[in-house]
Design a protein around this ligand. Structure first.
Ligand code: AMP
Length: 421
C-alpha cells in the first residue's frame, strides 16, 4: 500500500508539471485580460457550508464528500467544489463593500469520492471563476466568453456549448408540478436514484446518465415553456449577446442544476473526443446562494473547468507545447579540487540570472558532456586541476564546439554577452 498513492489520485511528475504550468498561465492571463483576480481559500471547510452551498439532495453531498471529524470534534469536509467557499470568503471578508461585481478566479484541487476512470478522479483540479453582484445577462455572456476563449486559445476546437435556463423560485415550482405530473405514472421504471429524486429534486431526473431513465423522460415538459417573464427575458438577452459575440451554442433543455439557489442560466462545454467524461466546463447562475449562506440577496454566476480533462484533450489533439528541461550553462568540475571553485562559479552564474547546474555525482568528463547535451546547455564551463591553478576556466560553446580559456572574473561578462546573443 505504501508504494501507491490513494485510488483516484495522481502524481504530477516533473516531466508533466510544465504542461500544468502552461495551462495555469493561460488561465491567469485570460483572467487578467477580463479583470478577474485570484482568490485562494482553504482546501477544507466546515461541512455545513457544503450542505447549504451545494444542497443536501445532490450526488456530491449524498455520496461524494470526504468528511471527517477533526481532533476538536468539528465536522470538516475537503472541498468538493469551490463556489460555496468563495461565497463564504466573500461574506466573511465583506468583499461586497468593494465596487461590484466582485470578479474572482481560483485554481486548485477539489476532492470527490467518485468512481475513478479516465477523466474522473478523487482529487482533481479546477480553474473556476465567480462574478458576484451583477444580475444582468451581460455578465453571464462575459464568463461564457471567457471560458470558450480560454479553451480556444489552448487550441481546442469543436467545443460544444450548451445552455439552458433553470428558472427561478418564482417559476420553477410551477414547472416542478408539471414535470412531476409527467413522470408520476412511469416512476417505478426509473432507477432508484431517480425515484428518490422525484419528491426532493425532480429536475435532476432529466439529466440522469442512466440510458433507461433518459429514454423514459423523453418528451418531458421543458422548463423553457414555464419560465416567468423575467427569466425568459434574461435567457433571450443572453442568447442575443452570445450571438453578437459570435459564440455558437445549442440549447439543451435537459441541462439542469436542480436546487433552489441555482437560477436562470446553466451551461456546459463539452469536448466530444474525451468520450464518456466529455464535460470540460460547467457553470451557472446562483442568485439564491449568497442569501442561503447568510448574506444579503446578491446575484452571482460562475463556472468551473476541469484541468485534468483540459490536459487530456490537449494531449489527445497533440496540442501540448514542447517543454524540455533546459539549462543555459553546465559547470563541470573534474576531480575533487575543482569542486569548490565550480560551486562558487555556479552560484555566481545563477546570481547573474543564467539557468545553470553542475555535476554533483563526480561523473567522468564524458558523462558530464552527455548531461550538458541532455540539458541543451549553450555553454559548458570545465574546471580541472590546471584551471584551479591558473584561475582560468575552459568555456565551451556546446553548439559550435569552440572552446577558450577565460579568466574567472571575465566569465560572467562573457556569458552575459553570449547568452544575450
Ligand atoms: P461540476 O462542478 O461537477 O460541474 O464540475 C465542473 C468541471 O469539473 C467538470 O466539467 C469537469 O471538467 C470537472 N470535474 C468534475 N468532477 C471531476 C472529477 N471527479 N474528476 C475530474 N474532473 C472533474
Amino acid at each position: 500500500m505504501l508504494s501507491t498513492g490513494p485510488r483516484g489520485t495522481k502524481d504530477i511528475l516533473p516531466d508533466v508539471s510544465g504542461y500544468w504550468q502552461y495551462v495555469e498561465n493561460e488561465a491567469r492571463n485570460i483572467c487578467s485580460l477580463y479583470g478577474y483576480r485570484e482568490i485562494r481559500t482553504p482546501v477544507f471547510e466546515h461541512t455545513e457550508l457544503f450542505l447549504r452551498g451545494i444542497g443536501e439532495t445532490t450526488d456530491i453531498v449524498e455520496k461524494e464528500m470526504y468528511t471527517f471529524k477533526d481532533r476538536g470534534e468539528r465536522s470538516i469536509t475537503l472541498r468538493p467544489e469551490n463556489t460555496a467557499a468563495v461565497v463564504r470568503a466573500y461574506l466573511e471578508h465583506k468583499l461586497y463593500a468593494d465596487t461590484p461585481p466582485a470578479k474572482l478566479f481560483y485554481i486548485g484541487p477539489m476532492f470527490r469520492y467518485d468512481r475513478p476512470q479516465a477523466g474522473r478522479y478523487r482529487q482533481f483540479h479546477q480553474f473556476g471563476i465567480e462574478a458576484i453582484g451583477s444580475k444582468g445577462p451581460a455578465i453571464d455572456a462575459e464568463i461564457i466568453l471567457l471560458a470558450t476563449q480560454f479553451l480556444k486559445k489552448l487550441g481546442l476546437d469543436d467545443l460544444v456549448l450548451q445552455i439552458n435556463s433553470v428558472g427561478c423560485p418564482e417559476c420553477r415550482p410551477k414547472y416542478r408540478v408539471v414535470l412531476q405530473d409527467f413522470l408520476r405514472d412511469k416512476l417505478t421504471n426509473f432507477c432508484k436514484d431517480c425515484q428518490s429524486r422525484f419528491d426532493r429534486n425532480p429536475m435532476r431526473i432529466l439529466d440522469c446518465k442512466n440510458e433507461k431513465c433518459g429514454a423514459l423522460s423523453q418528451g418531458a415538459p421543458q422548463m423553457s415553456d414555464c419560465l416567468c417573464e423575467e427569466c425568459d427575458t434574461h435567457f433571450n438577452h443572453l442568447k442575443e449577446l452570445l450571438t453578437a459575440a459570435n459564440i455558437d451554442f445549442t440549447i439543451n433543455p435537459r441541462l439542469v442544476r436542480g436546487l433552489d439557489y441555482y437560477t436562470k442560466t446553466a451551461f456546459e462545454i463539452q469536448y466530444a473526443p474525451l468520450g464518456a467524461q466529455s464535460a470540460v466546463c460547467g457553470g451557472g447562475r446562483y442568485d439564491g446562494l449568497i442569501s442561503e449562506c447568510g448574506g444579503q440577496p446578491t446575484p452571482a454566476i460562475g463556472f468551473a473547468i476541469g484541468m485534468e480533462r483540459v490536459l487530456l484533450a490537449l494531449e489527445k489533439q497533440q496540442l501540448l507545447p514542447s517543454i524540455g528541461h533546459h539549462m543555459n550553462v553546465f559547470v563541470m568540475p573534474i576531480g575533487t579540487q575543482a569542486q569548490a571553485l565550480a560551486f562558487k562559479l555556479l552560484c555566481n552564474i545563477r546570481q547573474a540570472g543564467h539557468t545553470a547546474d553542475m555535476d554533483f555525482m563526480e561523473r567522468s568528463l564524458k558523462a558530464q558532456m552527455k548531461l550538458a547535451n541532455k540539458y541543451s546547455a549553450k555553454f559548458a564551463v570545465i574546471i580541472g586541476d590546471d584551471e584551479v591553478a591558473t584561475g582560468k576556466v575552459l568555456l565551451k560553446d556546446m553548439k559550435t564546439g569552440e572552446q577558450q580559456h577565460i579568466m574567472v572574473e571575465e566569465l560572467l561578462n562573457k556569458l552575459d554577452a553570449e547568452v544575450e546573443e
